[in-house]
Each structure stands twice: as structure tokens, then as C-alpha cells.
Design a protein. Sequence first.
Length: 159
Amino acid sequence: MRHAKSSWDNPGLRDFDRPLNKRGERDAPRMGKYLKGLDIYPDQIFASPAARAKATILHVINELNLPEERITWDEGLYFTGPDAYIGAIRRSGSKSKIVMTVGHNPITEEVIERLIGKNINKHIATATIACLQTEADSWSEVDYGSCSLQWITKPKEIT
């Protein structure tokens, strides 16, 4: 998932500290409700600790009635690069069936394309969720090209 729409109202804030704007505050819970409607409840979540990503996933888990303990705040997901996302996925516990990352673009888009081994030719707008599936035997074996894209949904596509 890419974080929801952030605010640029305070130019004095560090990028890391930018909060969600009104649209982001509306879209993040909507995406949580969307996942709930699909009966998708992540077992493990790796999220950037940047304010906008943090607020996004907290709204999502609130809609899913999930405990915050499922979230690992991973500094590497704040603009480090695609390998940080793959590394987080590989660290997932063996009992986890659904793993979620919450971060930033353009990295989120790059990670999706690398995991599925091809271009998606679709911009990953704010609060967009992509669902990938892997046939890997364990999370530690997930690698570039080892996944298939199931769907991509952005808030504007939800009725």
C-alpha cells in the first residue's frame, strides 16, 4: 500500500513529519473498509514510520479491528529503496499468510514491478493497494519475479 494523500500546508515541516490532508484522512479508512469487505486481514504489516504512512496504516487497522502490535515500523521503508521492502517481506514470520507493506512512491511502484517481473503501466496513486500472490514456500524465498499481480485498487475506484 502507498500512504494516503499528505498535506503540504506547512512548508516548515520536514518531509518525514508531513501529516495526512483531509482527502488522506477520508481515503485511508475507506481502504481499510475495502480490505475488510474482501476479508483480507494482514498477519504482519511493515510500515514506514513517516507521519503520513503511520497515520494511513493506523486508520486501516482501526477499520479491520487489528492490534497495532501487527505493525513493525521500518525506517528502511522511508525512501531507502526496493530492497528494503523485499527485506521486510522476507523477515515475515512463517505463520503469516498475509503480509502488507505501507510506504512511499516511486518505491512502492518499483517494488510491485520487480516482484511481478514486469511493468504495471499504472500509476500507484495515494492510498492505492496492490495485492500480489507468491508461490514461494516461505517468505524468506520471495524474490524479484516470484509473485503475480492479483489486483490494484485506488480509493477513486471504490463505490
